[in-house]
Ligand binder design. Sequence first.
Ligand code: SF4
Ligand code: SF4
Length: 427
Amino acid sequence: MLQRSMILCIRPMATSLSSAAAAFPLAEADLCVKCGLCLPHCPTYLDLRNEADSPRGRIALMQGLAMGAITQSASLEDHLDGCLSCRACEAVCPAKVPYGLLIDSGRAVLAQQRPARVRALAVLSGLLSRRSARRIVAALLRFYQRSGVQQLVRATHVLGHGNLARLEGLLPQIDAVSTNPPMTSARSEPDEVLLFAGCIGDIAERRLRSDAARLFDACGYELRQPSAQTCCGALDQHGGRPAAAQRLARINLDAFTGTAPITAMASGCGASLLDYASMLGDDARAFSARVRDPMRLLLMRADRLRLAPLAARVAIHLPCTQKNVLRDAQATRELLAKIPGITLLELDTEQRCCGAAGLHFVTHPAQADRLLAPKLAAARALAPDYIVSANIGCALHLAAGLRRDGTTVPVIHPLTLLAQQLMASPG
Ligand code: SF4
Ligand code: SF4
């Protein structure tokens, strides 16, 4: 375990920056006074009780690495890779330490020093950022599910009970390609909102776009999806490939010109778009200032929504990106409360990370399951009719956990629930 005395002495021991670490933001890391107030909010520290798996421990390790006081090792990589990037620590830090920036930069230093660690990520990112590749993946998955092969695979347990079976269990139901429905309201100048679809959402949440378009239309907005957009770059940014993330960010800056608000279906993508300002500086500040949570935009005009009653218990799962980065958790609660007869519940009052965390649920399955356990217990205790989550990764992780648990509760996007209750406007 990394002791506090060790944390405090790493910085003074340092003498010079290695060239690979020169870009690490040491001034921002120095804002951390090692007070430890973030520790009770850090899911990995609470899970492992190891200072090196806490925010201040990781900051100290990154300072040591950047200053040349410690060298890269498998153990160091484990501690930094084990971070969920949930940014719960950042949200409570009294010194306003930009922890998200630090962990991204720390992983970039690791990748500079050992490029092999990001090769698989580069392949995955290259695949997801190409629309043609996403279409092929979606078509193959749809065939796998529609042909009955998936049913056979699951019934026969041919994949065993290891990682492959776990990955298969995460697969969402792939919808047929859907296009946005035509806008029907007679408006002379509809307010435009630009939709960021997201690469995983483009494969796994295809119906969500038409759900969103119907809701935005009912509220007097015109939802438009710029065709030149690409992946938000979150996987690269959090995985230690900042140059690749910046390349994707610049494509999106060019795709989303103008001044219209930008909204992302997945809160994880929305958080990444918001971070473009810190990633690209002045070039992206105006872009990031236009990013809005879709629930907030709809809430601003909720008086125009005619929603059918729903006598159902709906448990809200708040993704970390919505809570700690976009910091607009209330809009989801307030908008869903507009559905007459609905009973809203919090899936987990502590609202810690569910363990999905980008690729964490794939790379760290045992810990992801431990972090998910309180959510599954809450689902059993609350027995909701629906669980809603605005982030596709959380939704997949929750749905797979519930299936393993034998709990049959649909996990859907809050926009899907609202669209389901949307009634046609009179006249
Ligand atoms: S990150 Fe913030 S809250 Fe955590 S130890 Fe550092 S200064 Fe304290
Ligand atoms: S981002 Fe989350 S997991 Fe990582 S150090 Fe902060 S609170 Fe812990």
